[in-house]
Design a protein around this ligand. Structure first.
Ligand SMILES: *Cc1c(COP(=O)(O)O)cnc(C)c1O
Length: 385
């Protein structure tokens, strides 16, 4: 192979190299014929990644306290790949009603159509999940706190029942990140992160990760990742590696602001309820306190009831918060989930519209002033009714 270097002087960078490849080149005929034996760690074709992806996977596995990691092109693809690796027609799949929406849609529209028995369970079920386990139950999906409505789950209790009954468990751990909770240490088989959020940290990429300890599971997921064509760009791996350099500091700063902003909101007359386990008033506070080590940067709130029109007053008054989905980046975001969406859910947490806030790195005082204007905008339109 030809080198592109113009000199023989040694070169080493502090940053990891971005190694791109579809074709991987082999020294000998035998190496090529036996290339598949290099899996699950080695390199045989671009679909299973290059050393850039492997470097990131090592780093994420270490954060999770796990032995292995597979990165995928989005958080949703990490959830889907984990299920597709192990669940087949005829199996029974248990999914928390507070799991990420696209995972639930995948289960209902695709898996159910492929003869998987999909069953949603109430997120607060705890050890009583045992009563739902059938002889063909293959996997339990968890997310704690749950998407948008933030219900805490008793993850260790569910994982213990599952282990005893020979059922696999996966947990979407994106809210806490492995710095705030380590699912693998609590007996969960697969810890999933949307690296799009905290790991990337700058709202400019999509990625997911699946971490685990069991080597046989790792082999299955590496094959599933490659057969489903779930390849991750080495450039995006580089950006996540860079994001991870500041991750701990970002999380600490954002989670301190988040608690301040949430406490302030909880005292405002326009606010009916905060959905945020770090607050003592939240029904999941006990589990959060027992298991978690971060306030996160994401919470939801329910305002005193008003027509959808009044929410224009809230969102249109915001200047610091940008209106948008996703979260975990350095810029604060506000998102809206209408009442109809909550009502559609099985085991709904509320029948009211929900506002979700992601707290970034702006000054907490500025964010509070912004929310004060938002609440005044809401009140003004309520009064105009
Ligand atoms: C955003 C998110 C996902 C999906 O991640 P994408 O990279 O956007 O596909 C999954 N789970 C949770 C909890 C999320 O917040």
């Amino acid at each position: 192979m030809q080198s592109i270097a113009a000199t023989n002087d040694p070169f080493e960078s502090l940053s990891p190299p971005v190694m791109r490849a579809s074709t991987v080149v082999f020294k000998t005929f035998d190496d090529f014929v036996q290339r598949k034996s290099r899996q699950p760690d080695g390199f045989s074709y671009g679909i299973t990644g290059t050393p850039t992806a492997r470097g990131l996977e090592k780093k994420i596995a270490a954060l999770e306290g796990g032995r292995h990691c597979v990165v995928t092109p989005s958080g949703q693809s990490a959830l889907m790949t984990t299920v597709m690796g192990f669940v087949r027609g005829g199996d029974h799949l248990l999914v928390s009603a507070a799991c990420y929406g696209a995972l639930k849609t995948f289960a209902q529209k695709w898996l159910a159509g492929m003869n998987v028995e999909v069953e949603f369970y109430p997120p607060a079920i705890g050890a009583e999940i045992e009563s739902l386990i059938r002889p063909n139950t293959r996997m339990i999906c968890m997310e704690s706190p749950g998407t948008v409505t933030m219900e805490m789950q008793d993850t260790p209790a569910i994982a213990a029942v599952a282990r005893r009954r020979g059922v696999l468990t996966m947990m979407d751990n994106t809210w806490a990140s492995p710095l705030g909770f380590r699912p693998l240490a609590h007996g969960v088989d697969f810890s999933i992160e949307a690296a799009t959020k905290f790991f990337g940290g700058h709202s400019d990429l999509l990625m997911g990760s699946i971490s685990m300890n069991d080597h046989a599971h790792y082999e299955v997921l590496r094959e599933t990742q490659s057969i489903l064509g779930q390849q991750v760009s080495p450039d995006d791996c580089f950006l996540v590696l860079r994001g991870l350099e500041t991750f701990k500091l970002r999380l600490e700063a954002q989670s301190a602001s988040t608690l301040r902003v949430a406490r302030w909101l909880a005292d405002q007359p326009e606010v009916e309820r905060l959905l945020y386990p770090p607050l003592e008033s939240d029904p999941g506070h006990g589990l959060w306190k027992r298991d978690f080590h971060t306030n996160g940067c994401l919470f939801s709130l329910v305002l005193k009831p008003g027509p959808e029109r009044a929410f224009h007053g809230f969102f249109d008054s915001l200047k610091q918060f940008v209106i948008g989905a996703s979260w975990g980046g350095v810029h604060s975001l506000a998102a809206y989930y209408p009442a109809a969406l909550q009502a559609e859910r099985v085991f709904p947490a509320t029948d009211q519209p929900v506002i979700r806030l992601s707290i970034g790195l702006e000054a907490a005082d500025d964010l509070i002033a912004d929310l004060k204007a938002g609440l005044a905008g809401y009140s003004a339109l309520l009064a105009a009714r």
